[in-house]
Design a protein around this ligand. Sequence first.
Ligand SMILES: Cc1ncc(COP(=O)(O)O)c(C=O)c1O
Length: 395
Amino acid sequence: MRDMVSENAKRLEASPIRAILDRAAALRAQGKPVIPFSAGEPDFPTPEPIKAATMQAIADNYSHYASNRGLPALRKILAKKIQGDTGLAYDPETEILITSSGAEALNNSILTFVNPGDEVIIPTPAFVSYKNLVKFAGGTFVDIPLRADNGFQLDADEIEAHITSKTKMIILNNPNNPSGAVYSREVLERVAALAVKYDLLVLSDEMYSRLVYDGAEFISMAALPGMRERTIVVSGFSKSYAMTGWRLGYIATAKELAGPILKVHQYSTTCSPTFIQQGLVNSLELPETEEAVKEMLAAFARRREMIVKGLQAIPNITPVVPKGAFYVMVDVSATGKSGMEFAQELLEEHSVATVPAVGLGDSCGDYIRISYAASDEDIQEGLRRMEAFVKAISK
Ligand SMILES: Cc1ncc(COP(=O)(O)O)c(C=O)c1O
């Protein structure tokens, strides 16, 4: 047969971190007690009120297609929630789209706006999808490597230095996976001013907006002057509501941008599962749901302290203290190993699964990413094994 694969699909790269994740899964299947520091998902079950309301929605036969944009009642609740959190008013009729996951929201947003040849600025390290989706659309990924010595903060000067007549979009993820950075108001305002000056779109992935610590303040890019009309906010339920397997996300953006995205959404998924949307309509605003979310957020805050302290106590490795999300980047270069070697050996010899950060940014070869969305016991045990590993290789 001829080579049937499209040029678009050929541009997608297999993730270099896939191999290690597959190996971790294989070790688990052999019965090895692998510590899950690699997965970007809460270990908690979905809050009970959401589960109960969704089971009821199935019993009540919410099993037909919903509106392409999503159930009106859910859009209304989300618009109210966004306004409460950020002060931004989005019209639920035309400016909120429910998607089947944040991943779909990213895919649709990038495919809607990126033409072949358009340049898209992505500060790295970054979530792997951005670069690949830009390439899939035929766009050019413009890498802005961030520096660990300032906690991987955004650098507006670097961004401006990379803007050309072909630049179409900047993709930001705040709070950030994998760095744990929460971008300061000052730097966001500077990037916003650049977006206005050069007439750019900003795709603002705010998936972890509720996960901030140590008094860090989350600021939505869309809330800054001149940005509502040019920012596509992507968020979802996977992380804050422990709903990774449910696959529900949303987009909030000006109606001039939402309309074209809706067309891509129509032809990719038609609509997101109706009973899940109805379950959320009946549970999202319950005080019990909010209590469950707050308990999880408190657990992440506690685990962050536990893991940072534990890592700081291990010689020859240095964590970059995160302010948000549930990841921590760790510099392992003083052990004499690259992040990839460190992660591979730690997995093979001590059954601790981490992510070599080179898969998330070319400049991050010295780092591994640890997810602390793991149980307290797993965190303690993982730290013990890491310490034993580092001691053994430092002899
Ligand atoms: C930064 C970021 N954005 C988006 C997503 C996608 O989330 P989901 O597709 O589960 O909604 C993830 C998941 O890991 C993420 O880390």
